[in-house]
Design a protein around this ligand. Structure first.
Ligand code: NAD
Ligand code: TYD
Length: 355
């Protein structure tokens, strides 16, 4: 079996759902259930013996050691993190605790478990750390895309904490021999995305008749990858990545934010036109820029393609359409997230079951 951390969040939940749709290998899912963790994301796995959910912190070394001893996973995949740049600007402390201290405690507990494994299991074991392209800093308009050997130049408390965690993972390999893999991915989008991030925020605000806040001039560029393509890349790296290597994961989809927002608006105009016939783009509102806002991210994903044959399945056009359709088809999920009711989902669900 595998141990996944942060599997109630956006990417982790998509990963767990896709994993169990494609294989019968069980998953232990450890998640602290912060505001970003939503067990409703995993509702379809209720009663499925292949999924064991444990609420807990990656920084709880005792808990990790117990879970490892009990379940004896062949791999650990670390998604757990504080992930929102704007939150990291307002309150960096949690980012240091989870992303840096938590990753350290997780790594060290995993090292203790791994070191005591019989030789063949020790050889096959992997610790896969999920990271971000933001560790490389910001690109000028004509700079080449980030390659794996780019120097680290993180600019936000979020990216600095992720960079620190990447360094710890690297050191646990070089110093202790822990068989690690690291993936650095660009901006994800797709189902189950918490509506504090650009794309889901624009969809839910547009539908609610609210303003669509675009930071600064809206010309910041991100590379966008459909979340299920990120999940397939992680599965591929886990399966065949070379130990100690890092792999950049990207969608070859560099776009300025304003174009993303306009695309979302145009899809909503087509799929759920406003009652007054006005375009959703009329709700766009330029607001004060994010402090220290990185201008451009771009990923060179050629290593992953050349070594492991991975390529994204979705184009931005197909992925964003699926995403908007998913939000339109799941108003309850959106409503629960917006009202905070998702936090009560487990107790409600059990109450309903009992009744
Ligand atoms: P998310 O914020 O949606 O989910 C994070 C999950 O981790 C939540 O379920 C939360 O409850 C859990 N968590 C937080 N602190 C924890 C702790 N101390 N112990 C256990 N669980 C904890 O984040 P996401 O967008 O799904 O990102 C997952 C990973 O992918 C993160 O490591 C992030 O840095 C990385 N990443 C994200 C993106 C993106 O575009 N979202 C891109 C590249 C890399
Ligand atoms: P976000 O989804 O927060 O991801 P990240 O900061 O990790 O790239 O933001 C994506 C881009 O969209 C980023 O350049 C900031 C911008 N943005 C807005 O313009 N308005 C918003 O309301 C949000 C949340 C983000």
């Amino acid at each position: 079996m595998i141990l996944v951390t942060g599997g109630a969040g956006f990417i982790g939940a998509n990963f767990v759902l896709d994993w169990l749709a494609q294989s019968d290998e069980p998953v232990v899912n450890l998640d602290k259930l912060t505001y970003a963790g939503n067990r409703e994301n995993l509702a379809s796995l209720q009663g499925d013996a292949r999924h064991v959910f444990v609420q807990g912190d990656i920084g709880d070394a005792e808990l990790i050691a117990r879970l490892l001893a009990e379940h004896r996973p062949r791999a650990v995949i670390n998604f757990a993190a504080e992930s929102h740049v704007d939150r990291s600007i307002h309150g960096p402390g949690e980012f240091i605790q989870t992303n840096v201290v938590g990753t350290f405690r997780l790594l060290d507990a995993v090292r203790g478990y791994w070191a005591a494994l019989p030789a063949s299991e020790k050889e096959a074991f992997r610790f896969l750390h999920v990271s971000t392209d933001e560790v490389y800093g910001s690109l000028a308009a004509t700079d080449p895309a980030f390659a794996e050997n780019n120097r680290y130049e993180p600019n936000s408390p979020y990216s600095a904490s992720k960079a620190a965690s990447d360094h710890l993972v690297r050191a646990w390999h070089h110093t202790y021999g822990l068989p690690v893999l690291t993936t650095n991915c660009s901006n994800n989008y797709g189902p189950l995305h918490f509506p504090e991030k650009l794309i889901p925020l624009m969809i839910v605000n547009a539908l609610a008749g609210k303003a669509l806040p675009v930071y600064g001039d809206g010309m910041q560029i991100r590379d966008w990858l459909y979340v299920k393509d990120h999940c397939s890349a992680i599965r591929r790296v886990l399966q065949a990545g070379r130990v100690g290597e890092t792999y950049n994961v990207g969608g070859w989809n560099e776009k300025p934010n304003i174009e993303i927002v306009q695309t979302v608006c145009a899809l909503l105009d087509e799929l759920r036109p406003r009652a007054d016939g006005q375009p959703y783009a009329s709700q766009i509102s330029y607001v004060t820029d994010r402090p220290g806002h990185d201008r451009r991210y771009a990923i060179d994903a050629r290593k992953l393609e050349a070594e492991l044959g991975w390529k994204p399945a979705e184009t931005f056009e197909t992925g964003i359409r699926k995403t908007v359709q998913w939000y339109l088809a799941n108003p309850d999920w959106v409503a629960h997230v917006q009202s905070g009711a998702y936090r009560d989902w487990v107790s409600q669900q059990y109450a309903d079951t009992a009744a």
